[in-house]
Design a protein around this ligand. Structure first.
Ligand SMILES: [Mn+2]
Length: 351
């Protein structure tokens, strides 16, 4: 079943409007601007003249309506909704701006706008073969880029310099762009889980956390490696080995049929017993067209892992005034077990 069929089966309203760019791509294979009107028996891309040829090429099976000054989006959408007798229309209320919603609501008087309620997000959880292949290629690019820069990074470089080198390498290896803003956090900055790369100069004896990903066909990968500069001893080494063991326990706990919260618990208990309160975020998340998707490997989550789920496993320890460490892989759940898409090693590398 293709994505559109799955969406039509799950659609509760008479019609749906899709505005989120990733959902346009997921449903229609269309990567330009505009929106989709979907009813049973009608699938239409609405866009302006800058994208009409692109829409024809990318989504030949879809109808096309060109907006213009006198045929603006709300007016065209109203025409389509009336033509298909839609009394209720799904909209992405978690994406549209208040103003956009208001003008739609005004143009579609008499038609009820219904929140989409996470239908595409739920369906996007389970990846098909083509999606898994894109994610695996993105993961291989990121992992190879990391290995390629290791001989070239050293103490004395800034976080930003390492970031640029890593991102350039991913582009060279075929990434369409970064999967998200690269994190490069050295020394005490490592205590910030989502640190922004700065001009801080990396010192010998420090850890550097690199959290990054590549993009292929719009699909993302996500990985984190923490490397040392010079000799890493004492508490930093203990922190590293604790995270490494927790990450392995998390990977080993992944299994189809298991609850996400159960996987989170295994890694969390290991860290909490050694560094109470130092692991604040969830163990992992789904990855796909968005860097953060369902399911979440989070405390208490009763969601059950299924074949086709793609999840990260990324425990960390963050201690202000000391530093931090995170190790992350992106893993595919299959009926026969798990596939770890990230090949880069996880022993403590000391550069
Ligand atoms: Mn992640």
């Amino acid at each position: 079943m293709n994505h559109l069929e799955a969406f039509l089966n799950a659609m509760q309203a008479d019609a749906a409007l899709i505005h989120r760019p990733e959902n346009l791509r997921w449903l229609a294979g269309y990567t330009g601007e505009g929106c989709l009107f979907i009813a049973r028996g009608a699938q239409v891309i609405l866009t302006d003249s800058r994208y009409t040829e692109q829409a024809r090429r990318e989504a030949p099976a879809w109808g096309l309506q060109q907006v213009a000054a006198e045929r603006n989006y709300p007016a065209l959408i109203a025409e389509l909704a009336m033509a298909h007798g839609a009394k209720t229309v799904h909209v992405e209320t978690d994406y549209l701006t208040y103003d956009a919603y208001q003008s739609l609501s005004k143009a579609l008087s008499g038609i009820e706008l219904v929140p989409m309620g996470g239908v595409p997000e739920k369906l996007r959880e389970i990846k098909d073969e083509a999606e898994l292949e894109s994610i695996q290629r993105a993961a291989a690019i990121a992992s190879d880029a990391f290995m390629n820069i290791l001989p070239r990074i050293h103490a004395g470089m800034t976080e930003k310099q390492v970031q640029r080198m890593l991102e350039f390498e991913m582009l060279e290896l075929g990434s369409e762009g970064v999967a998200f803003e690269t994190i490069a956090a050295a020394g005490l900055n490592g205590a910030l889980p989502h640190a922004t790369p700065s001009d801080y100069v990396i010192q010998s004896g420090e850890l550097l956390t690199l959290d990054f990903g590549a993009t292929v066909n719009g699909y993302r990968s996500d990985m984190t490696r923490t490397v040392g500069f010079g000799k890493i001893t004492g508490e930093l080494r203990h922190i590293y080995e604790t995270v490494r063991m927790a990450q392995q326990l998390g990977l080993d706990a992944l299994a189809v049929g298991k609850q996400c919260g159960e996987v989170d618990r295994v890694a969390r208990e290991y860290i909490d017993a050694r560094y109470p309160g130092a692991f604040g975020h969830s163990l992992g998340h789904g990855v796909g067209l968005f860097i953060h998707e369902q399911p979440r490997l989070a405390k208490g989550s009763e969601q059950v892992l299924c074949p086709g789920h793609v999840v990260t496993v990324e425990p960390g320890i963050y201690i202000p005034g000391v530093g931090g460490c995170r190790i992350e892989d992106t893993v595919i759940m299959t009926a026969d077990g798990t596939i770890n898409t990230i090949a880069a090693p996880k022993h403590l590398i000391e550069l």
